[in-house]
Design a protein around this ligand. Structure first.
Ligand SMILES: Nc1ncnc2c1ncn2[C@@H]1O[C@H](COP(=O)(O)OP(=O)(O)O)[C@@H](O)[C@H]1O
Ligand SMILES: [Mg+2]
Length: 237
Protein backbone atom coordinates (compact mmCIF):
# COMPACT_ATOMS: atom_id res chain seq x y z
CA UNK A 1 0.00 0.00 0.00
CA UNK A 2 2.68 2.49 1.15
CA UNK A 3 6.42 2.10 0.82
CA UNK A 4 9.18 4.54 1.75
CA UNK A 5 12.77 3.82 0.78
CA UNK A 6 15.96 5.73 1.54
CA UNK A 7 14.14 8.95 2.43
CA UNK A 8 16.46 11.83 3.30
CA UNK A 9 15.20 15.20 4.42
CA UNK A 10 17.34 18.20 5.14
CA UNK A 11 15.88 21.35 6.69
CA UNK A 12 18.41 24.08 6.20
CA UNK A 13 21.69 22.45 7.24
CA UNK A 14 20.09 19.81 9.48
CA UNK A 15 19.80 16.24 8.29
CA UNK A 16 16.34 15.50 9.75
CA UNK A 17 15.46 12.13 8.16
CA UNK A 18 18.25 9.67 7.43
CA UNK A 19 17.57 6.87 4.98
CA UNK A 20 14.10 6.29 6.41
CA UNK A 21 12.32 3.15 5.22
CA UNK A 22 8.84 2.04 6.12
CA UNK A 23 6.16 -0.17 4.67
CA UNK A 24 2.43 -0.50 5.32
CA UNK A 25 0.43 -3.29 3.68
CA UNK A 26 -3.30 -3.20 2.97
CA UNK A 27 -5.42 -3.44 6.13
CA UNK A 28 -2.35 -3.19 8.34
CA UNK A 29 -1.78 -1.03 11.39
CA UNK A 30 1.78 0.23 11.62
CA UNK A 31 3.12 2.32 14.49
CA UNK A 32 6.03 4.71 14.28
CA UNK A 33 7.38 5.33 17.75
CA UNK A 34 10.02 7.82 18.77
CA UNK A 35 10.84 10.47 21.31
CA UNK A 36 9.92 14.09 20.79
CA UNK A 37 12.01 15.50 17.98
CA UNK A 38 12.89 12.07 16.56
CA UNK A 39 11.32 12.77 13.16
CA UNK A 40 7.79 11.29 13.28
CA UNK A 41 5.91 14.40 12.17
CA UNK A 42 8.51 15.08 9.49
CA UNK A 43 7.99 11.54 8.16
CA UNK A 44 4.21 11.97 7.96
CA UNK A 45 4.51 15.45 6.40
CA UNK A 46 6.89 14.05 3.81
CA UNK A 47 4.41 11.29 2.90
CA UNK A 48 1.67 13.94 2.53
CA UNK A 49 3.83 16.07 0.23
CA UNK A 50 4.29 19.02 2.60
CA UNK A 51 8.04 18.38 2.40
CA UNK A 52 10.03 17.08 -0.56
CA UNK A 53 12.71 14.53 0.18
CA UNK A 54 16.17 15.30 -1.20
CA UNK A 55 16.46 11.61 -2.03
CA UNK A 56 14.45 8.42 -1.76
CA UNK A 57 11.14 7.13 -3.04
CA UNK A 58 7.59 7.08 -1.71
CA UNK A 59 5.15 4.69 -3.34
CA UNK A 60 1.45 4.70 -2.60
CA UNK A 61 -0.63 2.02 -4.29
CA UNK A 62 2.40 1.28 -6.49
CA UNK A 63 2.57 4.88 -7.76
CA UNK A 64 5.45 7.21 -7.04
CA UNK A 65 3.94 10.09 -5.05
CA UNK A 66 7.11 11.96 -4.05
CA UNK A 67 6.95 15.46 -5.47
CA UNK A 68 3.17 15.39 -5.92
CA UNK A 69 1.21 18.27 -4.36
CA UNK A 70 -0.61 17.47 -1.12
CA UNK A 71 -4.12 17.80 -2.56
CA UNK A 72 -3.35 15.16 -5.19
CA UNK A 73 -1.99 12.80 -2.57
CA UNK A 74 -5.15 13.34 -0.49
CA UNK A 75 -7.33 12.70 -3.54
CA UNK A 76 -5.57 9.40 -4.07
CA UNK A 77 -6.92 8.28 -0.69
CA UNK A 78 -4.38 9.25 1.92
CA UNK A 79 -6.10 10.79 4.93
CA UNK A 80 -4.04 12.80 7.40
CA UNK A 81 -4.63 13.92 10.96
CA UNK A 82 -1.97 16.48 11.92
CA UNK A 83 -0.53 16.52 15.42
CA UNK A 84 -2.51 19.59 16.44
CA UNK A 85 -5.69 18.15 14.93
CA UNK A 86 -6.07 21.03 12.50
CA UNK A 87 -9.67 21.66 13.59
CA UNK A 88 -11.31 24.90 12.44
CA UNK A 89 -12.38 26.49 15.72
CA UNK A 90 -14.75 29.00 14.12
CA UNK A 91 -16.67 26.22 12.37
CA UNK A 92 -19.02 23.77 14.07
CA UNK A 93 -18.24 20.15 14.79
CA UNK A 94 -20.62 19.21 11.97
CA UNK A 95 -18.99 21.60 9.49
CA UNK A 96 -15.56 20.25 10.36
CA UNK A 97 -16.73 16.73 9.59
CA UNK A 98 -18.39 17.93 6.37
CA UNK A 99 -15.09 19.36 5.19
CA UNK A 100 -13.61 15.89 5.55
CA UNK A 101 -16.42 14.43 3.49
CA UNK A 102 -15.69 16.83 0.60
CA UNK A 103 -12.00 15.93 0.46
CA UNK A 104 -12.30 13.46 -2.36
CA UNK A 105 -14.79 11.58 -4.47
CA UNK A 106 -15.41 7.99 -3.51
CA UNK A 107 -18.25 5.49 -3.85
CA UNK A 108 -19.93 7.08 -0.82
CA UNK A 109 -21.91 10.34 -0.94
CA UNK A 110 -20.79 13.15 1.39
CA UNK A 111 -23.88 12.46 3.53
CA UNK A 112 -22.95 8.79 3.86
CA UNK A 113 -19.42 9.74 4.85
CA UNK A 114 -20.65 12.12 7.55
CA UNK A 115 -23.01 9.43 8.85
CA UNK A 116 -20.13 6.96 8.96
CA UNK A 117 -18.01 9.42 10.97
CA UNK A 118 -20.84 9.96 13.49
CA UNK A 119 -21.39 6.21 13.76
CA UNK A 120 -17.76 5.85 14.77
CA UNK A 121 -17.93 8.75 17.24
CA UNK A 122 -21.55 9.13 18.42
CA UNK A 123 -20.59 11.69 21.07
CA UNK A 124 -19.74 14.14 18.31
CA UNK A 125 -23.27 14.04 16.95
CA UNK A 126 -24.48 15.36 20.29
CA UNK A 127 -22.09 18.29 19.92
CA UNK A 128 -22.67 18.80 16.21
CA UNK A 129 -23.69 22.47 16.57
CA UNK A 130 -20.87 23.43 18.90
CA UNK A 131 -17.94 25.41 17.57
CA UNK A 132 -14.58 23.65 17.28
CA UNK A 133 -13.32 25.47 20.36
CA UNK A 134 -16.40 24.63 22.44
CA UNK A 135 -15.40 21.01 22.93
CA UNK A 136 -12.70 19.61 25.17
CA UNK A 137 -9.18 18.88 23.96
CA UNK A 138 -9.91 15.15 23.89
CA UNK A 139 -13.14 15.68 21.96
CA UNK A 140 -11.32 17.89 19.49
CA UNK A 141 -8.85 15.07 18.93
CA UNK A 142 -11.76 12.72 18.39
CA UNK A 143 -13.20 15.23 15.92
CA UNK A 144 -9.90 15.32 14.05
CA UNK A 145 -9.93 11.52 13.73
CA UNK A 146 -13.63 11.59 12.72
CA UNK A 147 -12.91 14.20 10.05
CA UNK A 148 -10.13 12.03 8.66
CA UNK A 149 -12.54 9.03 8.65
CA UNK A 150 -15.10 11.18 6.81
CA UNK A 151 -12.81 11.50 3.80
CA UNK A 152 -13.35 7.75 3.25
CA UNK A 153 -9.61 7.17 2.89
CA UNK A 154 -7.83 3.99 1.84
CA UNK A 155 -5.03 4.82 4.24
CA UNK A 156 -4.88 7.05 7.30
CA UNK A 157 -1.89 8.82 8.82
CA UNK A 158 -2.51 9.76 12.45
CA UNK A 159 0.00 12.02 14.20
CA UNK A 160 -0.13 11.31 17.95
CA UNK A 161 -3.86 10.50 18.05
CA UNK A 162 -3.71 9.37 21.71
CA UNK A 163 -1.57 12.14 23.10
CA UNK A 164 -3.46 14.10 25.75
CA UNK A 165 -6.48 11.79 25.63
CA UNK A 166 -8.01 10.41 28.77
CA UNK A 167 -7.02 6.73 29.11
CA UNK A 168 -10.74 5.98 29.49
CA UNK A 169 -11.58 6.88 25.90
CA UNK A 170 -8.54 5.37 24.17
CA UNK A 171 -9.93 1.78 24.05
CA UNK A 172 -13.10 3.04 22.32
CA UNK A 173 -11.10 4.88 19.68
CA UNK A 174 -8.86 1.86 19.20
CA UNK A 175 -11.93 -0.27 18.61
CA UNK A 176 -13.03 2.08 15.78
CA UNK A 177 -9.56 2.03 14.29
CA UNK A 178 -9.49 -1.76 14.45
CA UNK A 179 -12.96 -2.03 12.87
CA UNK A 180 -11.91 0.22 10.01
CA UNK A 181 -8.97 -2.04 9.19
CA UNK A 182 -11.45 -4.92 8.81
CA UNK A 183 -12.82 -2.96 5.84
CA UNK A 184 -9.34 -2.78 4.34
CA UNK A 185 -8.20 0.60 5.68
CA UNK A 186 -4.46 0.82 6.31
CA UNK A 187 -3.26 2.93 9.22
CA UNK A 188 0.04 4.52 10.14
CA UNK A 189 0.13 5.91 13.68
CA UNK A 190 2.92 8.10 15.03
CA UNK A 191 3.20 8.10 18.81
CA UNK A 192 5.86 9.01 21.33
CA UNK A 193 4.81 6.52 23.98
CA UNK A 194 5.22 2.77 23.65
CA UNK A 195 2.19 2.10 25.85
CA UNK A 196 0.02 3.83 23.24
CA UNK A 197 0.83 1.20 20.63
CA UNK A 198 -2.48 -0.63 20.04
CA UNK A 199 -2.35 -4.37 20.70
CA UNK A 200 -3.49 -5.12 17.13
CA UNK A 201 -0.46 -3.33 15.65
CA UNK A 202 1.09 -5.45 12.90
CA UNK A 203 4.47 -3.77 12.61
CA UNK A 204 6.36 -1.38 14.83
CA UNK A 205 9.04 1.03 13.69
CA UNK A 206 11.19 2.97 16.09
CA UNK A 207 12.77 6.22 14.94
CA UNK A 208 15.59 7.98 16.76
CA UNK A 209 17.42 11.07 15.51
CA UNK A 210 15.85 10.69 12.09
CA UNK A 211 16.83 7.04 11.67
CA UNK A 212 14.79 3.86 11.83
CA UNK A 213 16.47 1.79 14.54
CA UNK A 214 13.91 -1.00 14.82
CA UNK A 215 11.38 -2.57 12.47
CA UNK A 216 9.46 -5.69 13.37
CA UNK A 217 6.70 -7.28 15.39
CA UNK A 218 5.80 -5.10 18.39
CA UNK A 219 6.36 -7.94 20.89
CA UNK A 220 9.95 -8.31 19.68
CA UNK A 221 10.97 -4.83 20.78
CA UNK A 222 10.70 -5.81 24.45
CA UNK A 223 13.83 -7.92 24.01
CA UNK A 224 15.89 -5.12 22.47
CA UNK A 225 17.50 -3.54 25.50
CA UNK A 226 19.15 -0.63 23.70
CA UNK A 227 15.89 0.34 22.06
CA UNK A 228 13.82 -0.10 25.19
CA UNK A 229 16.24 2.25 26.95
CA UNK A 230 15.37 4.92 24.39
CA UNK A 231 11.60 4.49 24.19
CA UNK A 232 10.70 2.39 27.20
CA UNK A 233 10.67 5.17 29.72
CA UNK A 234 7.96 7.01 27.84
CA UNK A 235 8.36 10.40 26.26
CA UNK A 236 10.97 12.85 27.40
CA UNK A 237 9.46 16.27 27.17
N1 LIG B 1 10.69 23.61 10.06
C1 LIG B 1 11.73 23.12 10.74
N2 LIG B 1 12.92 23.81 10.78
C2 LIG B 1 13.97 23.31 11.44
N3 LIG B 1 13.97 22.14 12.11
C3 LIG B 1 12.84 21.43 12.11
C4 LIG B 1 11.66 21.88 11.43
N4 LIG B 1 10.69 20.95 11.62
C5 LIG B 1 11.24 19.98 12.39
N5 LIG B 1 12.52 20.27 12.68
C6 LIG B 1 13.43 19.43 13.49
O1 LIG B 1 13.36 18.12 12.98
C7 LIG B 1 13.45 17.17 14.02
C8 LIG B 1 12.29 16.22 13.92
O2 LIG B 1 11.08 16.92 14.23
P1 LIG B 1 9.67 16.21 14.21
O3 LIG B 1 9.55 15.41 12.97
O4 LIG B 1 8.65 17.25 14.46
O5 LIG B 1 9.78 15.23 15.46
P2 LIG B 1 8.65 14.40 16.23
O6 LIG B 1 7.37 14.53 15.47
O7 LIG B 1 9.17 12.99 16.26
O8 LIG B 1 8.57 14.97 17.61
C9 LIG B 1 13.52 17.96 15.31
O9 LIG B 1 14.86 18.03 15.70
C10 LIG B 1 12.99 19.32 14.93
O10 LIG B 1 13.57 20.30 15.73
MG1 LIG C 1 5.54 15.25 16.10
Amino acid sequence: MLKLEHINIFIQASHILRDVFLEVAEGEVVCLIGRNGAGKTTTLKTIMGFLSPQSGTIEFQKQDISGLPTYKIAQMGLGYMPGDGGIFTDLTVHENIEIGSWMRETSLTPEEKVRFAYQSFPLLEKYRSRKGDQVSGGERKMLAIARAFASDPTMLLLDEPFEGLSPVIIPGINEKIYESTKHGLSILIAESELHHVPEFTNTLYVIERGQIIFAGKPERVQHEEDIMRIIGGGATR
